[in-house]
Design a protein around this ligand. Sequence first.
Ligand code: PEP
Ligand code: CO
Length: 465
Amino acid sequence: MSPSSERPLQPVSVPAGWSPSSWRRLDAGQQPSYPDAAALEGVLGELRVLPPLVTSWEILALKKQVAEAQEGKRFLLQGGDCAESFTDCESGLISNRLKVLLQMSLVLVHGLRLPVVRVGRFAGQYAKPRSADMETRGDVTLPSYRGDFVNLPEFTPEARTPDPRRMVKGHARSAMTMNFVRALIDGGFADLHHPEYWDLGWVRHSPMSDDYQRMVAAVGDAVRFMETISGEALHNLNRADFYTSHEALLLPYEEALTRQVPRQWGWFNLSTHFPWIGMRTAALDGAHVEYFRGIRNPVAVKVDASVTPDQLLRLTDLLNPENEPGRLSFIQRMGAAKVEEKLPPLVQALQREGRRVLWVCDPMHGNTESTSNGFKTRRFDNIRSELDRSFDIHAALGSRLGGVHLELTGENVTECLGGARELTEIDLERAYRSTVDPRLNYEQSLEIAMLIVRKQNALARPAQA
Ligand code: PEP
Ligand code: CO
């Protein structure tokens, strides 16, 4: 164990005036309007007694890892679908997503010589913010689709009416996903001795996978070498910690999973390890910030190009008044065109005030566009450019970009343009499966991991000279 992971967590206390339901006094954006209040209450009563999905000690272990990432001793990899769907709760899709994340984390560990904090966007990523409450087609207006937690995408009154029972189903789907991921990892799926478990069947030949296979061989040699020298098996390589995250958007659900546990003070959101506040619900006086203020989880907030230094400092005061290590991460998502102008004043404001945060780059959500043939897409070049510039900006300011937040899948989709295979607008017609945001496919994801390694090593070199 490194000295920083032994550091005791700072004693803080439940903030004044906070309770798991104190958010109800404030304006809660992006909430469905349930037609049957009694049915909603019944469901929440049921959820309040169902078992949690994660434990407080896992949450505190993750907080320590985030604290280490803040000190430059780890790199955070967070990724998964834009939105999970109930029908995608299926073994092949779950294990393929895990395989991509494990492959990326191997590239990062090997290339950066740093342990990686692995966080999935899964086991609860079922609620989505929308630009409008209602959707009109022809002369019919219905509630917008808000994710499988709330309603269904089909444009019928039955499908679009928010149904609170879907929260119970979402809780069960999250538990099944967690159970499968935990079982795979405990059973040796993440064992560094067997990286061949992570091969994706459909990948035949890819320039990315050739590079990757060379890295696997190098890691395998290093593991065997260490075992020969020490005469023992390296047991801690048998498993990798995996944590979950989702946008904690649907506050009645999050409240019902907010619990006290024996021998710990305060309240934990036990629906996920690492909840985040989305860009559209990060208002200082909003219900989401109020809810997040009182839970003991490590938390993250999305930060777009419109956030001012003053707003960011006030957000920091509200969410981490004690400057507790590991507590707060900011996920910057400015867009390649704006990051150079908008990011530096934010980084500098936090530096001036000595605030401890982990900066994570989401190079996806500020770079979404529509193609002439009607697809929502993202250009790999813009994704790469925002990430690349973010590393440079932090380094130039004496700050550090400590993680990346990506929308990705282990399936062979064609949703983002460019990358090693130079996907074009015509390719999008071939395998575009996302119902929400476009995701990186396997090759594009590995390319990003390799790019991070090249970039970090290039930045580190002058300092070592
Ligand atoms: C998302 O992460 O899918 C999302 C909606 O992001 P943002 O809140 O940054 O727009
Ligand atoms: Co998204």
